[in-house]
Design a protein around this ligand. Structure first.
Ligand code: A5P
Length: 243
């Protein structure tokens, strides 16, 4: 059994390393789109972290940018690396945001985001951005949203059980997200997340509207008509999709 397990574990490690290499490749292609003087939205997640690392390297070589982070985690990485940060009091428009996604619809570039828990700030930054560049590896590229991941929905704590019941009526099968310590997961804004399993979503735009109209919902992880470009790393190189 041990002999069988070892190669399987090694294969698993290789697959993770390959995925990381692809995420990094996509992230670096987006970093190359950043120009001197830009206000840059800094996404959240493992792929966005590669992009922030790439931006830190470019800033150390003389690139002048100001960043708007989408999470405390990304703010810390950027600040520690020497990227100057700003907020919407000082800059109301973002030139270009680089962020990851959990699913990207191939034709529309509609997205599911929020497995990392930062969907609210990500959506606010995306909405203020002239360009939203999504970086990902190939398994994230799908023909229809909802088939491989649940849709994260950020909700307020008060009466969350009743919000979950309302979401169930939309066909969601909501599951309260739990942190590694067993307590309910809290977003940077102090809210809860319900991971809503819809299966393949026939009309993501309509569902996004239904979710945002639901009492108790702060924001959903469906990003409709927001991404302008997707850079997707495949074993055969990077695919660029524009909307
Ligand atoms: C963070 O809240 C998410 O929207 C991330 O952008 C998404 O989960 C992608 O994360 P990875 O790059 O780690 O897959």
């Amino acid at each position: 059994v041990l002999q069988q397990l070892a190669p399987r574990a090694a294969r698993g490690a290789h697959m993770i390393a390959d995925r990381d290499a692809h995420k990094r490749e996509a992230a670096m292609a987006a970093v190359a789109m950043v120009e001197d003087g830009m206000v840059v939205g800094l996404g959240t997640g493992s792929t966005a972290a590669f992009a922030i690392a790439g931006l830190i390297d470019r800033v150390r070589s003389g690139l002048r940018i100001i960043g708007i982070p989408t999470s405390e985690r990304s703010a810390k990485q950027a600040r520690d690396g020497g990227i100057e940060l700003t907020d919407f009091t000082h800059h109301t428009e973002v030139d270009l945001t680089i962020d990851g996604a959990d699913e990207i619809a191939r034709d529309s570039l509609d997205l599911v985001k929020g497995l990392g828990g930062a969907l609210l700030r990500e959506k606010i930054v995306a909405a203020a951005s002239k360009r939203l560049v999504i970086v990902a590896d190939e398994p994230k590229l799908v023909s229809s949203l909802g088939g491989t991941v649940a849709v994260p929905v950020e909700i307020v704590t008060f009466g969350w059980e009743t919000t979950a019941a309302r979401l169930s009526m939309l066909g969601a099968n909501p599951v309260l997200r739990v942190a590694p310590d067993g307590a309910a997961f809290r977003t940077d804004g102090g809210n809860l997340i319900l991971d809503c399993h819809f299966g393949v979503i026939a009309d993501p735009g309509r569902l996004e509207q239904d979710l945002s109209r639901t009492i108790g919902v702060v924001e959903s992880g469906l990003f409709i008509g927001m991404a302008t470009t997707a850079l997707v790393a495949t074993p055969n190189g990077i695919i660029r999709l524009d909307r």
